[in-house]
Structure formats: structure tokens, C-alpha cells
Design a protein around this ligand. Structure first.
Ligand SMILES: [Fe+2]
Ligand SMILES: [Fe+2]
Length: 292
């Protein structure tokens, strides 16, 4: 049971949530960017690296199997708030963080840029909507969740860790590391059981998947649920947990990832012009209100 009270430093180790995503882009740079812009990515000051490192230390230490069960039992009741979809974007945008002057995009801009880039490439409309919704789970922060229980690379809990998850050394501080129920390769799972039977570390991916699971096709749901599972979709780890359906869906998760990481555009999309399209899109697939 997690009666532990976290300090402000433990709740918000990052200056903003975007710091995590910037660190992911640094780890997985866009293949065709020039050497010069790669160099710019490396110009992070050491303090920024330290906050990301501290973020992962907390994430790896406290995301236990029991922690995940508690968060699911709480949030998957969806009894916290209910609001019209378009109001939900305003709610999410309360996350905008003015302590970080380099982060000029609000959450909605990131969602819109992701969805617009998907649309420009001619993908189906449900994938455009997936792009628009994919980070809605970050509202967890607004319910008081620590940053490390909202963002960060996700990983299976209840079984052995992978050293392909960034900063794997911090898993030694997780109580599950020494728990014989959890510290074998398969832990509580059966070989080939499929990711649907695996509990992932808690965060915005699982939460938005559960929010959207009756409204998007399976491929879009995989994009939502596993978009931060880099150890799987970028590193090919945890094959022994997968079933054939996961292997089939992996290509969709991989298709989505570059739109999330590399769709930041210097000129923001013209929301006024795009609004009618998105209003129709949301009305086509989603109910009138979203429950949190
Ligand atoms: Fe995300
Ligand atoms: Fe994102």
C-alpha cells in the first residue's frame, strides 16, 4: 500500500512534462535531421539532464506492481470529472507550464500538430483522431499525480525488467526487484500471454486507452496504449510476453511514433480554419462528453 507522502521535489522532478519528451527525442533523433540540429539537441545544460535522471529514478523506484493496481482501481472508475470533449482540451491545457520558457507549445498544440501531420500524410481519419487524443491522459497531473506516474517510458510491471529501459540501474531500488513473485523473466505472467494481459507502469498511455477503448479501432487503441513503451516498439524487448496479435499491431504503434516525436512545426496550424474538420471528426467517433 502506498501511504507514502511524496515531497514537491518527488512529485515534480521535471520543470515541465515536455522535458521528458525532449529527452526521448534526444535518445531517438529523427533519422533525417542534419548533424547541426542534432548538435543543438546535445546543448542541454547538465541541470536539465539531472532533472530527467531524477525523474527516471523516481519512476523506476515507485512504479511497483501494487502501485499500478492501486492507480487502476482508482482512475479506471472514471468518476472524477465529466465534460464535453472540447472542454477537455481546455482542461488539459491547464498543464501549460510557464516555468519553462523554452517550451512554447501548449498541450493542445502538440496534439493538433501530431494529428495534422498524420492527416497530411493521408492516413485514415481514426488515426488523425488518435493523434488528437493521444496525450489526453496527461490530465492525471491535474489530479495530483506525480510526473513519474503520468509520463516516462512505460514498462511491464510484475515481471523482470529490461536493461533497454532507460536508466535500468534504478530498478534495483524498486521493491519488486527483490520480490520472488515478480523478479523472474515472466513473473506473474505466462509466456506469450499477450500484452492485453500485462500490466504496464501507470501513466497517460493506459489512462487514455481506457478512456477511448470503445470509440477507436484496435490499431488506434494500440497506438494510445503503448506509445511510450519504447523498450518494445523501438528496442524489440519483451518478445516472450507477446502474442501474434501484438506482433501484428506493432507496425501500427511504430507508424504512430514519429508523428508524436517529430511533428513539431515552427508555424502552428491555423486552428480557425481546421476547427470545422475536427468538430466533425470528434462528433463522428466520440460521445458528447469525456469521463475522467
Ligand atoms: Fe504521450
Ligand atoms: Fe505526445
Amino acid at each position: 500500500m502506498s501511504n507514502k507522502q511524496f515531497t514537491e521535489q518527488e512529485i515534480n522532478p521535471l520543470n515541465s512534462l515536455d522535458e521528458w519528451e525532449e529527452a526521448v527525442v534526444e535518445r531517438y533523433p529523427e533519422p533525417d535531421v542534419t548533424a547541426k540540429s542534432k548538435e543543438e539537441y546535445r546543448n542541454y545544460s547538465d541541470p536539465a539532464r539531472d532533472t530527467v535522471r531524477e525523474f527516471y529514478r523516481l519512476n523506476h523506484t515507485y512504479q511497483t506492481y501494487d502501485f499500478v493496481q492501486e492507480k487502476k482501481a482508482d482512475y479506471l472508475r472514471f468518476n472524477k470529472k465529466e465534460m464535453p470533449v472540447w472542454q477537455a482540451f481546455d482542461f488539459l491545457n491547464q498543464l501549460v507550464d510557464d516555468s519553462d520558457p523554452d517550451t512554447d507549445l501548449d498541450q493542445f498544440q502538440h496534439l493538433l500538430q501530431t494529428s495534422e501531420t498524420i492527416r497530411q500524410d493521408g492516413h485514415p481519419d481514426w488515426m488523425v483522431l488518435t493523434g488528437l487524443m493521444h496525450d489526453m491522459g496527461k490530465v492525471l497531473c491535474l489530479f495530483g499525480e506525480p510526473q513519474w506516474a503520468v509520463v516516462g517510458d512505460t514498462f511491464p510491471v510484475g515481471c523482470g525488467y529490461s536493461d533497454k529501459v532507460v536508466y535500468p540501474e534504478y530498478f534495483k531500488d524498486n521493491p519488486d526487484y527483490n520480490d520472488p513473485r515478480f523478479n523472474t523473466q515472466l513473473g506473474v505472467y505466462e509466456k506469450g500471454c499477450g500484452l492485453r494481459n500485462v500490466h504496464m507502469s501507470w501513466g497517460h498511455d493506459e489512462y487514455v486507452y481506457q478512456m477511448m477503448k470503445d470509440h477507436l479501432p484496435e490499431e488506434g487503441l494500440y497506438m494510445l496504449r503503448f506509445h511510450s513503451f519504447y523498450a518494445w516498439h523501438r528496442e524489440g524487448e519483451f518478445d516472450y510476453l507477446l502474442d501474434d496479435h501484438d506482433r501484428e499491431m506493432l507496425k501500427w504503434v511504430k507508424l504512430f511514433n514519429p508523428y508524436d516525436l517529430y511533428s513539431k512545426t515552427p508555424v502552428p496550424p491555423d486552428w480557425k480554419a481546421l476547427k470545422p474538420y475536427y468538430e466533425d471528426l470528434v462528433a463522428k467517433y466520440l460521445p458528447d462528453t469525456i469521463k475522467f
